[in-house]
Every structure is written in structure tokens, then in C-alpha cells.
Design a protein around this ligand. Sequence first.
Ligand code: IMP
Length: 441
Amino acid sequence: MPGIVVVGAQWGDEGKGKVTDLLAERADAVVRFQGGNNAGHTIVRNGRTWKLHLIPSGILHSGKLCVIGNGVVIDPRVLTDELGELRRTGVDTSALRISANAHLIMPYHLMLDHAGEARLGKLQIGTTRRGIGPCYADKAARLGIRVQDLLDEKILKQKIIVALEPKRLSLRPYAKDPALDLQAMAEEYLTYGHRMESYTADTTRLVHEQLDAGAVVVFEGAQGALLDIDHGTYPFVTSSNPVAGAACIGAGVGPRDISEIWGVAKAYSTRVGAGPFPTEIDGPLADLLREHGGEYGTTTGRARRVGWLDLVALRYAARINSMTALAITKLDVLSGLDRLQICTGYRGAEGAEFDHFPYHQSVLHHATGEYVELEGWAEDIGECRSESDLPACARDYVSFISEFIGVPVVLLGVGPGRDQVIWTGASDHTAVAAEHATTAS
Ligand code: IMP
């Protein structure tokens, strides 16, 4: 029954799409369990670039079961556009299944997200403005509209009326917006419902069937541990739980269904939106990393903030996820830097030292990184396919990370192509990785 969870170990954008895509090749099913189209995966395959926001990257492997779980919030306009685009380019989407229990992002969620950020002014979170927070808020308030509601006009209209009632005041600036017209909204959403109907299913049962039959199921997270609403840098977080435990809730399985937990981290750090970022760097070095790493949002196109690798945060992420393996992406982006800083502690505003992730918002906001300096490497590593091909300093960098956080490294990304990876041989962690290691060598 191997259930393998893939989660982001930083502030999102770690390259989970590529790792999931590689795992998906050997897996039987891929399940997305939280977040919405605030996420975006870029997958480069056969010289073609795919940008997916909602549909699991497993869809590119024809016929593989791909599930959008109950924990995901779905903007049906985005989902049906994404489906249309895949079909137009000849991708077989027939194995996609959408949870009937997943909540829908409604036009008013987008408006509320915009209005909320505007109201916060300088204190804004820097959300993707995709309506994610307001949709999860309605879910918790039991005012959400779910995929299954799209199959009945009467129920849909009734639920929209009830959901809109408490929002009247906040939505006043949009009162004349045609998107808020009940009839128009219901018609638009019924059309989406019609387009999604053949994909809609009891996905929890489908996942149980797979696991019970001994299939390999990959649970794909979005965002990252430090954006987790409970464990991240609240309130500068997303509105769901991107940690491994949420795979159970967002897919409908139990903890014992999970056998592997892969955390994905970049060889450095990035963050989009506001909030504390103790290892952030500015100036020419930041510009260089941003350009080399293509650090612009897949979803919003925003330039990402960049910084050195933060091992205090990564060790915390390893613990809250109970990570069994670490995938380090974009190691190649560091090539050419003489010296590398790696954060192993924080210093607070009053000089206090921290070797753990501070729980207190004020402490975290003023924390700066304490670094160990490691030697960099000049060589291009894009063609390396085994650890022994890597320059010694790159190997040392990777070992330092793995030892500090106490998690073995299962793969290293050395370039954007899907073949530009090194499987380290820490393959006892999963049969899937073992197979990869054999086929790659
Ligand atoms: P929201 O998820 O749109 O509500 O945004 C809340 C915070 O999470 C903001 O700082 C966003 O920039 C960040 N965020 C949401 N999704 C992603 C992602 O996929 N990658 C990186 N940051 C994200």
C-alpha cells in the first residue's frame, strides 16, 4: 500500500511539480490534497513546457489516475480552461477524477480576496488574489458550495443566496458587478458543473481501492510548510495545511496509509508575498540568483524574494512533516558562487540566539540568520547524473544539509529538464526511487 506524500519544505515553489512528475511515472495514482490555483507547476517535458495550477502533473502520463481531492479548493473556470488546454494539445484527460466534496471558489471569493488585501493596505499578506482564503473561510463557516452542488440548480441557487447574505457589507463596492447576479452566476456555474460532471466522483473511495490493491499512490501537496496556516509564519500564510498530515484529510485516508514523506527544498530559499524571511538577501547577488533560478511566480508572475538556505526552518519543516526523504532542487543555480552561506541559527532583536524556529511572531519578524560559510563550486553541474559526478564542494553542501536536518537526500535537481536529476541511491526509502535509480544508471 505505499502512499508517498510529496510536500514543500519551504515557502512553496520548491519544484514539487518536477519531483511529483518523476514519481508519477512509476506510481499508479496521483492525488492533489490541498490548496487551489494559488499553486502552479511548471513541467518541462520533450521540449514542451506545461503550466498546471489545479490538475496533478500525473495527467501527462496517459491513463494514470489523477485525483483532485476533497481538500482542494477549485475555481471551476480555471479547471475547465486547464482541461480544455490539455485536450487541445492531445493530452488524454480521461483518468482525471474530481472530488464531489471539494469546495468551489465563487466570484465573490475573488472579490473578497481583493477587498481584504486592499483593506489591509501596508499590512497586506500578498495573497495570490485567487479567492483561496475566502473560500476556505466559507468552508469552515459551513457556507461553502461544493462540486456536487453544481448538479442541481435549485440547491446551487439556494446555497449561493445563503452564502452571500453575511457578505453583503464587504461586497458593497461590487454591488453592481454583473458577476454577482444570482441568475448569471448560477448559469455560469451550472455550465462548469456540466463540463466537470463526467470527472466528478467519490474520490476517497477510489483512493482506498488503489491503496487496498497495493498500488503506489502519490499525494501531491501545494505551497510549503512555512505557509501552513497552523505551523507557518501566520498570518503571512495560505489558508490550508500544506504539511504531510493534511494529505490524510484532503484525500480521505488515514496516517497508516502513508509510508513515505518526501520534502522538497530548493538549494537556497525563496518566498513570494509578505512576511518574515530571516535569510533574505538583496542587491546584485539576489538579482543573480533570481535570474539564474527563474524566480518569478508561475501563477502571478511576481518576482520572488530570494535568500540563503535556512536550515533552522528546514529542520522544523522536516519535523512537522516527519519527512523520510529530502529532494533538493536547483542545486545548479548555485554554481559559480565562490562562497555559500548556510543558515544554522537565528539571532533575535535583543541578541538572543535561536537554534529552533521561533513560535512568536515578533521574534520571528526580527530574526536574522547566523551562517556557516561553505566553499562554492565553479563547474556547470547540469550534466551530472550521479553524486560522484558532482564537484566535491557541491557534495559537501548537500551532506551538510542532510546531516543538519537528519534526513537522507533522495534526489538532487541539477537543471530544469526532467532528466536533469541525480538519484542518490538512498533508495531503500521507496521502491519507486529504487526503480528510478536502476533505470537512471
Ligand atoms: P493565498 O494562498 O493566495 O491566500 O496567499 C497567501 C500567501 O501564500 C501569500 O504570501 C502567497 O504569495 C503565498 N502562496 C500561495 N500559494 C503559493 C505558492 O504556490 N507558492 C508560493 N507562495 C504561495
